[in-house]
Design a protein around this ligand. Structure first.
Ligand code: C2E
Ligand code: CA
Ligand code: CA
Length: 558
């Protein structure tokens, strides 16, 4: 049925019949005569002159919110002129108290002979009812933002998008209750609305997040300014409420100018990222979207997907490499193989090699370092067992992350693996980096002491970087102190660090601990370092980390 033969009056009769059993408001508009009929119920609800009225386009001006008249008129004219066949816009009608009510008006054009647009038939519904608006804040949901964003982007008028989130909102809800939480949500929304200019439009995004779209080509700096205005409004409100609840907001700005690729879905995604960056950066701040940051976020996410899959598929893609630690000394007789540091390697499912500097933090953040750490222990034990057939005192040195120490049964794991392979405890050296945890965590202390009690050796790793603290040497008494390559390089080039290094080596020796110097690359470096009499040397000069087979070959283990 094409509707070609049905008249405006027929539609009117149909609407009269079925509209009383609907919540929505069906209508018909005669595009040739510019007359309009809508369900009687709409007349009860909105400021409409009557169910039937002529001069339809102009009369809409009497009950449509003034800011929306232009958009609506253009759409209706386009349909009269045959430029559009479908009508679908969300805008505001006024009720009898002149309060704006968000409605969604949809319809389609019925054509007459020669495809001439004859009528528009459709239905109006109240957006709030289907949760397209947030009744608490009085704002539309972001799903209703699409039209504005796409229209303004096409016209080159889209400026920035600012996404605002309330910091620690969950805590506010828990502390003050849901009703107070709702009050804060609506207050923040009010502060946002009062800070907007006429070209900025606010929407409710999710629970405690709002989005503002600037449609006057505003820059990121304008976004900053808006954030500051909202902050000031909020501060005034908090003060007015006698600091009953003190809270802050974070903001993520996405500059959208000159970029037609910034469509609705992309804006939602990028603004979510931008706000998260502001929160991760310590909250109570604003962050401006950067392509580089986003790309590194995507890369991180991609690595995570890969490693997670690998962990679930028997660690496929992971491999442990080994780098020798040699006894120090200038001639070949003195430099003997002492141990090997186990260094994890990873290759994605596409075959891309990722540096441990990039994937270890991801394993730590997600806790995946716990299963992966067990895999490393197993590989280390296996290799050690075989090496000891030729070098009975050979040791493997294993890096332990604080996540393993604090969140897994690491002692039990080490104990079990030693038993499984029949290894002596002193075959294992665990490398623990210096950090705030060492001094301040009781659990770390407990693990440290227990490891020593079992007889596993401990190396204090990365000595000479950030956290270095001489007191940790005496408070924790490791078996080895590993001087970081960064420190070694400085000591080779700078007389102050050179003297410091000598003193550190002497000090470490005076409490009968051993020194490992890391990152020795050339013969000249080796020679100059040996003068300071460290105990062990590790570095590219002797060997880069290599796979197990290569290591066996190099040291004559079949
Ligand atoms: P790290 O524990 O300080 O390991 C020493 C790093 O220095 C290794 O980097 C090694 O390849 C590199 N290196 C050794 N000799 C030289 C040299 O002569 N010159 C230069 N420029 N570099 C040298 P890699 O293998 O990239 O590992 C980086 C970091 O990743 C390690 O630093 C360690 O913190 C972490 N890591 C590696 N494997 C594991 C693991 O199994 N578990 C944990 N928790 N962390 C690991
Ligand atoms: Ca290490
Ligand atoms: Ca190190």
């Amino acid at each position: 049925m094409s509707g070609k033969n049905i008249t405006f009056e027929d539609y009117m009769e149909m609407i009269k019949m079925y509209a009383p059993c609907m919540d929505d408001y069906p209508y018909v508009m005669d595009l040739e005569r510019d007359v309009y009929y809508i369900s009687e119920k709409a007349v009860d609800r909105f400021n409409i002159p009557g169910a039937f009225f002529d001069n339809a386009i102009k009369t809409h001006g009497e009950f449509v919110h003034k800011d929306d008249v232009a958009v609506l008129t253009k759409d209706l004219n386009d349909m009269m002129e045959g430029k559009k066949k479908v009508h679908d816009i969300t805008y505001r009608w006024l009720d009898h108290n002149n309060r704006p009510i968000w409605i969604n008006c949809r319809g389609r054009v019925i054509e007459g002979d020669g495809d001439r647009p004859r009528m528009l038939i459709g239905c109006v519904n109240e957006v709030g009812i289907v949760a397209k608006a947030d009744n608490n804040s009085g704002l539309l949901q972001t799903s209703e933002m699409r039209q504005l964003v796409e229209q303004k982007a096409a016209m080159g008028e889209l400026g920035f998008v600012l996404r605002i989130g309330i910091d620690g909102f969950k805590d506010i809800n828990e502390k003050f209750g849901i009703r107070y939480g709702d009050y804060i949500l609506s207050s923040v929304a009010d502060c946002i609305v009062e800070s907007l200019n006429e070209n900025q439009h606010a929407y409710h995004a999710v629970a405690d997040e709002y989005m503002i779209v600037d449609t006057a080509s505003g820059s990121a700096e304008d976004g900053h300014e808006l954030y500051r205005r909202i902050r000031r409004a909020l501060d005034r409100l908090i003060e007015k409420n006698n600091y009953e609840a003190v809270y802050t907001i974070s903001g993520g700005i996405v500059p959208c100018q000159d970029n037609d690729a910034f469509r609705y879905e992309k804006i939602l995604k990028l603004s979510t990222f931008a706000l998260q960056q502001a929160k991760d950066g310590g909250r109570n701040r604003v962050y401006v979207f950067s392509e580089d940051d986003y790309n590194s976020f995507l890369r991180k996410r991609n690595i995570l997907t890969n490693v997670r899959k690998s962990v679930n598929e028997d660690f496929k893609g992971f491999e442990v490499f080994f780098q020798p630690l040699m006894t120090a000394g200038d001639n070949d007789d003195e430099a003997r193989l002492y141990a090997a540091e186990c260094l994890l390697r990873y290759q994605t499912w596409d075959g891309e090699r990722i540096s441990p500097i990039d994937f270890i933090p991801i394993l730590e953040e997600t806790g995946l370092i716990i299963p992966v750490g067990r895999y490393v222990l197993e590989q280390a034990a296996l290799m050690c067992k075989k090496m000891q057939m030729v070098y009975p005192d050979f040791k493997v040195s294993i890096n332990l992350s604080y996540v393993q120490i604090l969140k897994s049964a690491i002692l039990e794991d080490i104990f079990n693996i030693l038993a499984k392979y029949g290894l002596k405890p002193e075959s294992f050296v665990v490398e623990i980096t210096e950090s705030g945890y060492l001094e301040n965590s009781m659990s770390v202390r407990r693990v440290w002491d227990s490891l020593k009690r079992i007889g596993v050796l401990i190396a204090l790793d990365d000595f000479g970087t950030g956290y270095s603290n001489l007191s940790s040497i005496s408070n924790f008494t490791p078996d080895y102190v590993k001087l970081d390559r960064g420190f070694t390089v400085k000591a080779l080039n700078n007389s102050y660090e050179n003297t410091l290094m000598k003193h550190i080596i002497d000090l470490v020796h005076s409490v009968e601990l051993k020194i490992v110097v890391e990152g020795v690359e050339t013969e000249d470096e080796l020679h100059r370092l040996n003068i300071m009499e460290p105990d062990y040397i590790q570095g590219y000069f002797y060997s880069k980390p290599c796979c197990r087979t290569e290591f066996f070959e190099r040291y004559g283990v079949a």
